[in-house]
Design a protein around this ligand. Structure first.
Ligand code: MG
Length: 397
């Protein structure tokens, strides 16, 4: 079997309302969907970040076409050592997902079985709580602690979440502290509660706020400040475990993070680490160093979420519910529409490969939406459309 073509298209799907975080406020999520074709008529699906356009694959297309999709290590080496400046994890990951999809379809096996098999039937997912601007009808703003509690109650009732993650780094730290207090008062110890200021605080602020939060039983305190030195400093002075998806984003940073005592929880990510197999390796490396494991979300659509679920189901050390922005989406490009939550969990499909199919009509519709957005320079470049010209200064508090 040989790979004959790689096709990449970018789609933009509206979300319920603009989500606010320290680096902006999107009103839609965009992702690039990959189709890897073979000479045996089997096509594999992949997904990656939207700035990885079809032309981004030009540099690797010729070195992947002609390869057997079962020769993943060879494909990985050829892509990641194409030059010494960049290992191309965001190009490699979607190609790897698609190759596993092809392998599974050919063998009649789900991808999780190609990754060692499941250690859990269902993967717990957290409610991803964002402050929000109002939607187009002026409704649904989430700014006050009471609004956040009401929104969280709706999500818990609708999806069954037992883990709650507040994305902060938007308002004054005291306001966000009051939001955590309100959430903890309304959601008792049967709910895990994590807080992520998104690396926008100075370490002095992160230390002060971490100590103020000591009575509110945080599952972990995620990236309260930016960089390994700041994380190590904060970690030595606050009571909570520290988690990161911003200070450790590649294997090379794991060693210094361990040596510096900078972190307790590594939030894995199949894109950052160049695919599903290396996410499994990271899981085992974390156990070796006594670190706990969770999983980061990057606004994935259903193909990406499905890939995450396949590997998450096989990771023995994944003790923290994985994050996913998915419940903010209003639609998906999959046949059957949005994937379903059950009791705050999802399970990977048992069908061959990833077990999902691309809905061509929806892909066409949302690709057109992306292209339309790209025509509008202001809309496509503004980090926060409600604050024209705004850009983040790190640290901001
Ligand atoms: Mg994070």
């Amino acid at each position: 079997m040989k790979i004959t073509n790689i096709k990449a298209r970018t789609a933009l799907i509206p979300i319920e309302a603009p989500t606010r975080h320290s680096y902006g406020s999107p009103d839609a999520f965009s992702r690039t969907i990959l189709e890897v074709e073979t000479d045996e008529g089997i096509t594999g699906l992949g997904e990656t970040f939207s700035w990885i356009s079809d032309s981004s694959f030009d540099g690797v297309r010729n070195i992947v076409i002609g390869e057997d999709p079962f020769n993943l290590e060879k494909i990985r080496v050829k892509i990641s050592q194409n030059n010494y400046l960049s290992r191309h994890p965001l190009l490699l990951a979607p190609i790897e997902f698609a190759c596993y999809d092809i392998q599974g379809k050919m063998l009649g096996r789900p991808v999780y079985q190609l990754l060692g098999g499941k250690v859990r039937e269902r993967v717990p997912i957290s409610a991803y709580l964002f402050y929000r601007y109002p939607d187009n009808e002026g409704k649904g703003e989430i700014r006050t602690p009471e609004q956040m509690v009401g929104h969280t109650r709706e999500l818990v009732n609708k999806y069954g979440f037992r883990s709650l993650k507040l994305k902060g780094g938007v308002f004054d730290p005291e306001h966000e502290f009051e939001t955590i207090v309100a959430l903890r008062e309304q959601f008792g110890s049967e709910y895990k509660l994590r807080f992520d200021p998104n690396a926008i605080w100075a370490s002095s602020t992160a230390i002060r706020m971490g100590n103020k939060l000591s009575d509110y039983d945080l599952e972990y305190y995620e990236d309260p400040a930016w960089g390994l030195n700041a994380m190590a400093n904060v970690r030595s002075k606050v009571p909570q475990p520290l988690a990161t998806n911003m200070s450790v984003i590649e294997f090379e940073q794991l060693g210094p993070a361990v040596a510096m005592g900078a972190v307790d929880v590594i939030l894995t990510d199949p894109w950052y680490y160049g695919g599903l197999l290396h996410t499994k390796y990271l899981d085992m490396m974390c156990k070796t160093f006594g670190l706990s494991v969770g999983m980061h979300s990057g606004t994935e659509f259903g193909i990406g979420l499905t890939a995450m679920l396949h590997v998450a189901a096989t990771m023995p050390n994944l003790v923290h519910a994985m994050d996913s922005h998915y419940h903010h989406l209003t639609d998906d490009i999959l046949v059957g529409g949005l994937l379903k939550y059950k009791d705050g969990c999802m399970a990977p499909s048992d069908a061959p490969g990833l077990g999902v199919q691309l809905d061509e009509d929806k892909m066409t519709k949302y690709e057109a939406l992306f292209l339309e957005r790209m025509q509008d320079k202001n809309a496509s470049t503004a980090l926060d459309p409600k604050r024209p010209g705004w850009y983040p200064i790190v640290p901001s508090w």
